[in-house]
Every structure is written in C-alpha cells, then in structure tokens.
Design a protein around this ligand. Sequence first.
Ligand code: DX5
Ligand code: ZN
Length: 215
Amino acid sequence: MAKLSPSILSADFADLGKDVKIVSEAGAQLIHVDVMDGHFVPNISIGVPVVKSLKKYSDAFLDVHLMITDPDKYADAFIKAGADLVNFHVESNADPKALLEHIRAQGVKTGITIKPQTAAEAVFEYLPLCDLVLVMSVEPGFGGQSFMPDSLPKVAALRAEIDRLGLDCEIEIDGGITLETAPLAIEAGVDILVAGTAVFGAPDVPARVKEFLAL
Ligand code: DX5
Ligand code: ZN
C-alpha cells in the first residue's frame, strides 16, 4: 500500500487551506508543494510565503519539491517557513551532498529528484543521505501531462539499490499518476504517489484520495 502526496499545483489557490484540509482528512499522508522559478522549469508557481501560511493553517506533512536553479540559496527559507521535507533536483546547480547534509543537520527530511532524461544511477551515491528519492514521470513544469512509462525501470533500479544498501529511503513518483498508472508504479517499487490532476480534478476529491490509498 503506497502513501499519497496530493500536488497542490492542481488545487484551487484561492481556497488552498480548504483543499489541503479535505485531502488530509481523507487520509493523504503528505502534501506535495511544487515550487517553480521560471528558470529551471518554464513555469512559475508558488514559494516561501505559501509554505509559511500552510504550516500555520494545518499540521499536514509538507513535501516541498523545489524545481529551481539554485536550491542551495533558498533551502533555508523553506525550512524556516515549515517545510517537513526539502526535495531538490540533482540537475540543479547545488552540490547534492553538501545540500543534503545541510538540510539534514536542521532536522528536516531530505529528497533528491531526477528528471525523465536522468539515469537512476546519477543519484546512487547520494541515497544514504536521502529520506526520499523522487522519479519524475513527466518533464517537470506543468500538471496534467501523460505518464512516461520509461520511468518504471528507473524506479525498479532505485528499489534494488536501496534494498541492497539496506537504506530507509522512500521512492516517490510524480507526473501523470492516475488510478490506472499508479498500480504500475507500485509494482515497480514506489512508496509514495504524487497526484495533482487525478486528485483535485476528481468529482469527489475525498473519495478519490481513498481510492488511491486502497491501491
Ligand atoms: C510537475 C509537478 C507535479 C505536478 C503533477 O512539474 O512536479 O507535481 O503537479 O501533476 P499531475 O498529477 O497532474 O501530473
Ligand atoms: Zn512535483
């Protein structure tokens, strides 16, 4: 049984607190916060003030996905705002080892992410410093794209390496996750499903959360 991290990118930003409450009360274990800088990805979303407001409003676990060029410059601001997990891309400008150690030293969980064109092996050396590794199953930047099945062998390779090393590192997948694609991801070894459109675009959002959690 996988955990669910609904992506608020597909929520109603004018009613964000309410949307977060609905999915949390329905059983979602994390809330996925997509931060985009218009540089690392061709889109701009939300930043530090939104994390701060959500933290004040709810005790949901905030899974912050930084799609930004310089995560080392901004990680502290997100931690101060209340991020429970800071997740950045291996393709960014940061020194992954230094940033993972820095985040951990502040008592916050760590995550590293790979884009669709990046091999799973690119993050193998960082796994001992990670609480989570995120495999993108679409090109980052936008919600509502189609799932890329090429991500599945990468999940399986990460699962094998994490198990081989005996690490306590969870695998998350993000992009195009639906009730149809999620079982494939779980089969490959995913622990945490990120879903935006499939959760917040559902006619009955709490029911959809429960359907994901029952997979
Ligand atoms: C894409 C984001 C995703 C996005 C997923 O760059 O990282 O978290 O919100 O959206 P769906 O679930 O609609 O593909
Ligand atoms: Zn994301």
